[in-house]
Write a protein that binds this ligand. Structure first.
Ligand SMILES: Cc1cc2nc3c(=O)[nH]c(=O)nc-3n(C[C@H](O)[C@H](O)[C@H](O)COP(=O)(O)OP(=O)(O)OC[C@H]3O[C@@H](n4cnc5c(N)ncnc54)[C@H](O)[C@@H]3O)c2cc1C
Length: 585
């Protein structure tokens, strides 16, 4: 058993985790970082060339915020966006030496920075070592540790390279930066993104937001089997796709993938049509609508679910210091809810990288402040959870298989309906109780079981949230509610394990103090997210597991009249529930 102590513990060593650790170390506290694989070598950034949302101050930045709000279906928050843009621009200056700027204009007009992900993270790792951060590679975290008052006080896990020995790190505050959840779809670098941090946060009482925006897909060429170097080949072929022309099975050209025609190709795949990529076409042949000759060499293309990795859902933040609703727990990067930055569309166009960097900086500083202001810590205990059972009565592969059946196909996630969602919820819910008393094991099985439990929990939150949002907005598409409904310009919070709940939240600014602001008056007021509705006024489980189970039991999904799912939250109801008298009635 390895037992360590730190002021701030960071879970995850992708871009969000490394920035969080560096920021905390710069605040002068002792920092430890644990990663499931090797810090700086795992996660999507390590496998890609990444571009950053990096826009200079002035009209260009104002226009980016305005465009971001419109693209994000009005669920974004201009103040969060402006802060991310400012922080990224500040930090990106340090990265300029390792990056390529585009376009090659004077610095003031640079709008994007391209980074070699592996090189970027390798340099960040070196910076962490120089700053005195203790890096523990191959140390997946499995559980949070809390004190008697429920304040997060560290984490526990296993060490995969040493006979799966257990470890514990006690800390004054924890930053969770374990990435999003791609449901093991095979996207480059997403094998480690199994939603572990979301599960740990929820088990400690945390909330999630935007989980219906979890249906981000990308295109990838269909390759033969390639057990060795799979990630490298997948990355290379994805990069090559940017320069390809996409066409349907009849040879009709959509346009170039690099020029935004991917969305049309994805819609064609969702309709059950085949899509192909062709290279080295002349400008005339590559024009949209053109019919290509049948004998032209082309490569089939498939849709890969990136889930919440490039969606918007994750652990709910309550302050600009990236505090969560759980005292002592901060979240950074794609494990955190990103609706204020990306709205309903997810992180395309470099927002993901910019957010990981900015939120990492803020979460690390927030956690350092929280830890420094905390008094003597009393007794602690690990938070119990699913997939941690000593025996192995339930095969994790069965759990992962069921989750994938209900998430990966486009008919399950790209386009949804009340029927398909209720069907998924019924099956996924039925499996949940067994994860609490029969899923677990020792050695590697302990990790697999925990990942399976996290995948199942994330899948359930996405389904419940998608069922509640009875409209289509951004990447959330409902075939039974294809229209955007103005009243739905609000965010959905979710959480719960045995019983999943969903409740709406107005998008207007609300006075909610973050935990470090509450506990430490020294935090400047500007660091606190403003919110309009008192918390007590909106707390109401709206779509619960029992509600859905009853509705599934009492009426066949097929006989349900279209457009009126009984358990789904209507916007009108949402408005009413925000009135304190109704919420408590
Ligand atoms: C193919 C692809 C291309 C992309 N390209 C871009 C781009 O060009 N620009 C852009 O802005 N964004 C891009 N993104 C989004 C990208 O995912 C983010 O920008 C960024 O990687 C998110 O950083 P993160 O640190 O939050 O998560 P990740 O990079 O996913 O890192 C998570 C880390 O946590 C670790 N971890 C997971 N679980 C545990 C656990 N239980 N215990 C300890 N450690 C754990 C993992 O090993 C990993 O190191 C891309 C995504 C994909 C899938």
């Amino acid at each position: 058993m390895i037992d360590l102590e730190a002021d701030v513990l960071v879970l995850g060593g992708g871009p969000a985790g490394v920035w969080a650790a560096l920021s905390a170390a710069r605040a002068g506290v002792r920092v430890a970082l644990v990663d499931k694989a090797r810090c700086g070598h795992s996660g999507p950034t390590a496998k890609s060339t990444v571009s950053l949302w990096n826009i200079p101050p002035g009209p260009l930045r104002d226009a980016a915020v305005t465009r971001g709000l419109a693209d994000g279906g009005c669920l974004g928050d201009p103040e969060w966006m402006a802060r991310v843009l400012a922080e990224t621009y500040r930090q990106a200056d340090h990265l300029a030496r390792w990056s390529r700027r585009e376009p090659a204009e004077p610095a003031a007009r640079v709008t994007r920075i391209r980074l070699d992900g592996a090189q970027y993270l390798a340099r960040m790792r070196r910076a962490l070592i120089l700053a005195g951060v203790r890096i523990l590679d191959h140390h997946p975290a499995l559980q949070l540790i809390v004190d008697t008052e429920g304040v997060v006080s560290g984490a526990a896990g296993v060490r995969t390279q040493d006979g799966f020995r257990s470890w514990t790190v006690r800390a004054g505050a924890v930053v969770v930066a374990t990435g999003g959840c791609a449901f093991r779809s095979g996207g480059a670098g997403t094998d480690v993104d199994t939603g572990d941090g979301m599960l740990m946060a929820a088990e400690a009482g945390g909330e999630l937001s935007g989980m219906e925006f979890s249906s981000a897909y990308s295109l990838a060429p269909v390759l033969g089997s390639h057990p060795a170097g799979a990630d490298r080949r997948a990355t290379a072929s994805r990069a090559a796709l940017r320069t390809a022309t996409l066409c349907d099975e009849n040879g009709t050209v959509f346009g170039s993938a690099g020029e935004g025609f991917g969305a049309q190709a994805l819609a064609a795949l969702a309709d059950g049509r085949r899509v192909y990529a062709c290279w080295q076409l002349g400008a005339q042949d590559a024009a949209p609508g053109r019919r290509l000759p049948g004998d032209l060499a082309r490569m089939p293309v498939r849709a890969v679910l990136e889930g919440t990795v490039r969606g918007a859902g994750g652990v709910r933040l309550i302050g600009f210091d990236c505090a969560t609703t759980v005292p002592g727990l901060f979240a950074a990067g794609e494990v955190a809810g990103r609706e204020p930055i990306t709205g309903a569309v997810g992180g395309f166009g470099g927002q993901g990288g910019a957010w990981s960097m900015s939120s990492g900086v803020w979460a690390g500083a927030g956690a350092a402040r929280f830890a420094a202001g905390r008094g003597r810590r009393g007794p602690v205990r690990p938070v119990p959870g699913a997939g941690l059972h000593g025996g192995a009565g339930l095969d994790p592969r069965a759990v992962v298989g069921l989750v994938q059946e209900h998430t990966l196909p486009m008919r399950r996630s790209y386009r949804r309906s009340a029927d398909s969602l209720r069907d998924s919820i019924a099956e996924l819910d039925a499996l949940w109780p067994a994860t609490e008393f029969a899923l677990g094991g020792i050695g590697p099985d302990r990790l697999y079981a925990r990942e399976a439990a996290a995948l199942l929990a994330v899948a359930r939150w996405t389904k419940y949230s998608a069922l509640a949002r009875t409209e289509s907005r951004g990447i959330h598409r409902r075939t039974d509610h294809p229209e955007v409904i103005e009243h739905w310009c609000r965010r959905l919070l979710t959480g719960g394990l045995g019983t999943v709940w969903v409740r709406p939240q107005a998008c207007e600014p609300v006075p909610v103090a973050s935990q470090s602001a509450v506990r430490q008056p020294a935090v400047p007021e500007s660091a606190v997210l403003q919110s309009a509705v008192p918390e007590s006024a909106v707390w109401q489980p709206v779509v619960s597991q029992s509600a859905v189970s009853q509705s599934v039991a009492s009426q066949s999904a097929m006989s349900q009249p279209a457009g009126s799912p009984p358990s789904a939250l209507q916007p009108e109801q949402a408005c009413e529930l925000e009135r304190p008298d109704l919420a408590t009635a």
